[in-house]
Design a protein around this ligand. Structure first.
Ligand SMILES: [Ca+2]
Ligand SMILES: [Ca+2]
Ligand SMILES: [Ca+2]
Ligand SMILES: [Ca+2]
Length: 484
């Protein structure tokens, strides 16, 4: 599976280079974008099914990006040599406005791998190496074409479809704009026949289907936008975290979350730092392997942390302001323009009754990580692994926070009010934006509260007034003030 949807890779997105690189990326996107939108787009192709024979399970999906339905009755599909068929549906066959049509070589769901086919064709085989799909309208005008190339630039999967990226206007002649299908369908192959594709290359694409009309709609659609991320086994997340937590001053080093110490990258658990679960794994998902691994290895809440600060300092104390006598100081170092005297972590007690007040420079980071976990995990199952997911809830009630002996269906962390205050006190900066991009490039999902800090007020405080950029009225200009 090609897990990365982010382009270009974040390692070239150092903040100093960000503006010029993003400008180049925008220019590249323009080059990759069709000059005029086609009426229909060849959007997904399963040329090589695994669950059933190719003779039963090949299909391709057409997407209608326009605001009107398109009738494809009488249209022709062919390749560059002899394969060809005319769509003869005995009446209108409509690709709905903003919707999809699936054409397959077998419409019988019991034998075609479990895909719902809108039109069954014959006279066309989709080669697993190199082949073409050419779509002609009833007047024989070419509407769209895709030519795949045996893996040279297009994905070359087996048992997974090829999906065009979801970003609007992507040129489907460019192999790099395609990705392997990811979500399970039917009898176990992967793809999204008849529905939206899964891969977003850009931040704005991630939130295209977010509905900000009500708080409930925002929460539900934001959850959908970040759900079903690409899971990496816990043993493999060192690479992701060493990129995400890279020291901005030195790409051979990492910056730890609690001590603000800079350490040389060592690539896997033998150095001065380890992997901190900002949502402690003992609260809901203590198992490293198999059941419960999904939040366990979710890099949006994992931070590289000084081992002593992680294990003897923070431990599994909930996040909250440390007040009253007895708070123990855990100082920070000055690095990356912050930390040092007067910017300390504070600790009191141990376990669910305990307290860990994260230092001012990173308290917003950990707050947004916990808020992400609350939104990302809502129960149900993962769309690509079928693994059960917990419902994680950020709470203000310390009595709800408890060590769970195994994987819990519902688990709590807090304290919500302090996290919301920390979010306001320490808004996203370059360090955290970098981290979000790095994790996105692997997991295919983002922390929306880094991209859109104002959504926190609506989701968690029921304060859904006018957003600063007017997005709720449909205006996406100036989107994400946090990203240049
Ligand atoms: Ca085939
Ligand atoms: Ca699809
Ligand atoms: Ca911060
Ligand atoms: Ca939840």
């Amino acid at each position: 599976m090609n897990a990365s949807c982010s382009s270009p890779a974040p390692r070239v997105l150092r903040p100093a280079l960000r503006t010029s690189v993003l400008a180049a990326a925008v220019a590249l996107m323009v080059l990759l974008t069709s000059p005029a939108p086609a009426q229909l787009v060849i959007n997904e192709i399963l040329q090589n099914p695994s669950a059933v024979d190719d003779a039963d399970g090949e299909w391709f999906e057409l997407y209608n990006p326009t605001a009107s339905p398109v009738d494809v009755d009488g249209w022709t599909v062919r390749d560059n040599d002899i394969d060809s068929f005319v769509i003869a549906s005995g009446g209108p066959l409509l690709a709905p406005a903003g919707g999809y049509l699936v054409l397959g070589n077998n419409a019988e769901e019991a034998t075609n791998g479990g895909v719902t086919v809108d039109y069954e064709y014959s006279g066309m085989a989709l080669a697993n190496t190199s082949d073409e799909l050419v779509l002609l309208d009833a007047a024989s005008s070419e509407i769209d074409r895709v030519e795949w190339d045996d893996g040279a630039t297009f994905p070359d999967p087996n048992g997974e479809s090829m999906e065009l990226g979801k970003d609007p206007g992507l040129d489907n002649n460019v192999g790099a704009n395609w990705r392997d299908g990811f979500l399970l369908f039917g009898d176990g192959d992967r793809g999204t026949p008849g529905g939206p594709n899964t891969c977003c290359f850009s931040e704005s694409c991630m939130y295209l289907e977010v509905d900000v009309s009500t708080r409930a709609a925002l929460r539900a659609t934001l959850h959908e936008a970040i759900d079903d991320h690409v899971r990496f086994p816990y043993a493999s997340v060192w690479d992701i975290l060493e990129l995400a937590d890279e020291d901005p001053g030195d790409s051979t080093r990492i910056l730890d979350v609690y001590k603000n110490a800079s350490y040389p990258k060592v690539g896997g658990g033998t150095g001065d730092y380890d992997r901190e679960h900002s949502w402690p794994k003992s609260y809901g998902f203590p198992l490293e392997d198999g059941l419960g691994e999904l939040p366990f290895s979710d890099c949006h809440h994992l931070f590289l942390a000084d081992k002593v600060y992680n294990e003897q300092g923070r431990s599994n104390n909930p996040y909250r302001d440390c007040t009253g006598p007895g708070c123990e100081e855990w100082p920070t170092l000055f690095n990356n323009g912050q930390g040092g005297p007067g910017q300390s972590n504070w600790k009191l007690g141990l376990g669910p009754e305990g307290t860990w007040e994260t230092w001012p420079g990173r308290r917003g980071d950990v707050a947004r990580a916990i808020l992400y976990m609350d939104l990302r995990y809502e129960g149900g199952t993962h769309g690509a692994t079928a693994e059960e997911e917990p419902d994680l809830i950020a709470t203000d009630d310390p009595g709800q926070i408890a060590v769970t002996g195994g994987v819990a269906a519902v688990a709590y962390m807090g304290l919500l009010s302090d996290l919301l205050a920390w979010h306001e006190e320490d808004p996203p900066d370059e360090l955290e934006i970098w981290r979000n991009e790095a994790v996105f490039s692997y997991q295919r999902n983002r922390n929306p509260f880094i991209d859109r800090p104002d959504w926190v007020r609506c989701v968690f405080l029921e304060d859904c007034g006018v957003f600063s950029d007017g997005f709720e009225s449909g205006d996406v200009t100036g989107w994400s003030s946090a990203v240049p």
